[in-house]
Write a protein of this length. Structure first.
Length: 220
C-alpha cells in the first residue's frame, strides 16, 4: 500500500494542490505545520479536511491554536498573528484537535521527534544511535519540521522526512513530498512545481513580511 507523506504545508494552497494532484488517489498523511508563513490558511485547512487527510500538530499549528507566539522569530510570529486574525473558529478548532503524535501498526509520526514532538530538529546526518532510539522496536518513523527531505535506513527500520510542501529549505523551490510503500519499505522523494508568483503576490497583498515571498523563489 502506498501512502503520500506531506509536511510543512504552511498555508501554501497552490503548492498543496500541486502535490495532491501528483499524489493521485493515495492516502495522505501530514506531519504538521499546516499553517504559518503563507496567505491561504483557511483554504488549506478546508482542502485537507475535504480530502480526509490524517494530520498531527506542528509547532506553528500549536502557536496559532494556543496564541503563544513569543518563541517564534519576528517573521514567523507576524505570520502566526496574521493567521490567527483570519482563521474561522472552525479552522482554529481543527488545529486544536490535532494530536502531537501518531502511531498505528504501519508507522509512527511526529513533527519534531518522539522525545520532543513539536520542536526538535532531526536532520539527515543525525547519528545512528539517536535515530535508533527514536525507532525503538523498529518500523517506519515519519518526521517533519526541518523542511529538508531525507531517508535513513537502519537495521531497526526507516526514518524519513518528506521535506516541505509550502516552504522548502534545501535549495529547491519546488514543493516536496514522499510516496511510501509501507509493506515493501520503499520510499520515493518527489518534487512538484507550482505557481510561486501567485503565492508571493498574495503574501505582499496580505501585508505579510516581504521576506516570506522572496524565500519561496530560493527554496531556503
Amino acid at each position: 500500500m502506498e501512502l503520500a507523506l506531506i509536511s510543512d504545508v504552511h498555508s501554501n494552497l497552490p503548492a498543496l494542490e500541486a502535490v495532491l494532484e501528483d499524489a493521485g488517489h493515495r492516502e495522505i498523511f501530514c506531519c504538521g505545520d499546516i499553517v504559518g508563513y503563507n496567505p491561504f490558511p483557511r483554504e488549506v485547512v478546508e482542502l485537507l479536511q475535504k480530502r480526509g487527510v490524517k494530520a498531527i500538530r506542528g509547532n506553528h499549528d500549536h502557536a496559532v491554536a494556543t496564541g503563544d507566539t513569543g518563541w517564534l522569530n519576528p517573521y514567523a510570529a507576524a505570520a502566526a498573528e496574521w493567521t490567527m486574525a483570519v482563521l474561522r473558529e472552525s479552522d482554529a478548532e481543527f488545529l486544536r484537535s490535532l494530536p502531537e503524535g501518531y502511531a498505528d501498526r504501519r508507522f509512527k509520526a511526529f513533527h519534531g521527534s518522539p522525545r520532543d514532538p513539536l520542536y526538535e530538529y532531526v536532520y539527515g546526518d543525525t547519528p545512528d544511535a539517536v535515530l535508533e532510539s527514536f525507532l525503538g522496536e523498529g518500523g517506519i518513523l515519519f518526521l517533519g519540521h526541518t523542511h529538508i527531505p531525507f531517508v535513513r535506513r537502519l537495521k531497526e527500520g526507516i526514518v524519513l522526512n518528506p521535506g516541505s510542501v509550502g516552504q522548502p529549505r534545501d535549495g529547491d523551490p519546488r514543493a516536496a513530498y514522499a510516496v511510501v510503500d509501507i509493506e515493501r519499505g520503499e520510499v520515493e522523494l518527489r518534487r512538484v512545481p507550482y505557481d510561486i508568483d501567485l503565492v508571493a503576490e498574495r503574501i505582499i497583498e496580505s501585508g505579510l513580511p516581504e521576506r516570506l515571498a522572496k524565500r519561496l523563489y530560493l527554496g531556503v
